[in-house]
Design a protein around this ligand. Sequence first.
Ligand SMILES: [Fe+2]
Ligand SMILES: [Fe+2]
Length: 277
Amino acid sequence: MRVTILSDVYAGIPFQLIAGVKAEYGFSAYIESSKLNILFDTGLSGDVALENAEKLGICLCPDYIVLSHGHSDHTGGLPKVLEKFKVPVVAHPEAFEPKFAMVNGVLKEIGMPLSRPEIENKVRVISTRVPLKLSEEVWFSGEIPRKWGPSHTGLVYKVDPERGAIQDEVKDDSALYIKTPKGLFVVTGCGHAGVENIVEYGLQVTGESKLYGILGGLHLLGASEERVKDVAKYLASKNPEIVVPTHCTGQRAQYLLAKELGDAYREGGPGVSVELP
Ligand SMILES: [Fe+2]
Ligand SMILES: [Fe+2]
């Protein structure tokens, strides 16, 4: 099984420059195996993920499009992607709800570009709050309980019919859990649910006792140094072999994670690939 980042925020490593892949403020990854292929998130534009796959020589043939949550940096590419692939879309039910960010005191819409009925006109939608087994080795997490650590939501909002704009806990934030012979491998989108929660729930869902690796957004942009250090210490305590913190992890957090995790730390970005055992 192989996990490749197709859309990400920064393409600065020499091989990325040589391959000519593009960056954008988004996230998308492709999970390939002989049994199951998954497009996890679509990036902001869709074009970047699709064009990068082509440049990387990856022939996309997903069985599912899995959405980590509703924010547009992960779902903005849906219209482009659904033109190409008529496969089921898997997401938490709240991923389809309107979502907002506060920009200069004004609420800006940052939800999916298509409504749930518009998506259902094209393909089947599978929405679930509970874990969904997509194959023998792969689970969609559904809603991740927040009982092992803090979540990371920031200045994001949803509209409550009675109370108006309220803080969005991003309950839809979900992950992919992959069981490998060396333990659990986690693919996150933004990581709003909080790293400890995402990992511990993954161990519970898959029945694994060891964390083999994690790739994706850990949403530590704007987090305090203390919080970043806690995350680094937590991850180090799980002794993973591969940690690819990218997208909304933030450069300061990446630096501190690299320091704490040593050889397990790997730089993310479009084109970065991890071969799973
Ligand atoms: Fe994000
Ligand atoms: Fe997000």
